[in-house]
Design a protein. Structure first.
Length: 137
């Protein structure tokens, strides 16, 4: 996968006098089957989350409150996205290194994932990630 495969996704939003509703549907707003959802909150200032890539897992990352930055890296190119809207998410396919940083104090980050948790799916060393990417091309 390449950096160009990472993209912002507009999530459908219903706005009325009772408040706003945003929804995510598998294979529609999320371009994959959703098998797991997790969220991060109360992330201390200066902390970086992520710091890994996945072999199979697709992700849709949404800042449902506050803001954060996501740096994606395909082994050759890096790009930073700023997430600060509950009706936009960042799609990150497999084989993209990612780091989540610059969490605001009130940040709540929800991640929709295509796979159940599996330690074998993680590439936790950037050096290993680069070697595996080079070997696959």
């Amino acid at each position: 996968m390449k950096i160009l495969d990472c993209r912002m996704v507009d999530l459908p939003q219903v706005v009325d006098s009772k408040g706003n509703v945003v929804f995510v549907e598998e294979n529609k707003t999320a371009p994959f089957d959703i098998k797991r959802v997790f969220y991060m909150f109360n992330t201390p200032s200066g902390i970086t989350r992520g710091g890994h890539a996945h072999k199979l897992l697709h992700q849709l990352i949404v800042a449902v409150a506050g803001s954060l930055d996501v740096v994606v890296d395909d082994g050759a190119t890096k790009k930073q996205f700023h997430l600060d809207s509950p009706h936009q998410g960042l799609y990150v396919p497999p084989w993209i290194w990612n780091e989540l940083l610059n969490f605001s104090k009130d940040a709540i980050c929800v991640v929709f994932a295509s796979e159940h948790y599996s330690a074998d799916d993680y590439i936790k060393s950037y050096e290993s990630f680069q070697k595996m990417k080079t070997a696959s091309h």
